[in-house]
Design a protein around this ligand. Structure first.
Ligand code: ZN
Ligand code: ZN
Ligand code: ZN
Length: 90
């Protein structure tokens, strides 16, 4: 079964949402904790959050809480995307 969640973001004319912060994980920063390992950006709303190697795993939490399954790596030079529902690269 292939991922069905990239239809919108692969459509012509789609543009990536602006990141809600470029300083680090939005949720970690809100808690004044600078503990993230790597950053991800939600391709639905631009929310920047931390990866599953980070203590709080805010990207996964955001994907579940807001039903925004597809994110992209927000690390410099990285463009891969991941679907949290299908748990695969998309
Ligand atoms: Zn998917
Ligand atoms: Zn975080
Ligand atoms: Zn989102």
């Amino acid at each position: 079964m292939s991922c069905q969640h990239t239809e919108k973001i692969d459509a012509p004319g789609w543009t990536e949402p602006a990141p809600d912060t470029t300083e680090g994980c939005y949720d970690c920063l809100a808690a004044d904790e600078h503990v993230w390992a790597h950053l991800r950006i939600c391709l639905e709303c631009g929310h920047v959050a931390c990866c599953d190697s980070s203590p709080h795993r805010h990207a996964a939490a955001h994907a579940r809480a807001d039903h925004h399954p597809v994110m992209r790596s927000f690390e410099p030079g990285e463009t891969w995307r991941w679907c949290y529902l299908d748990e695969r690269l998309v």
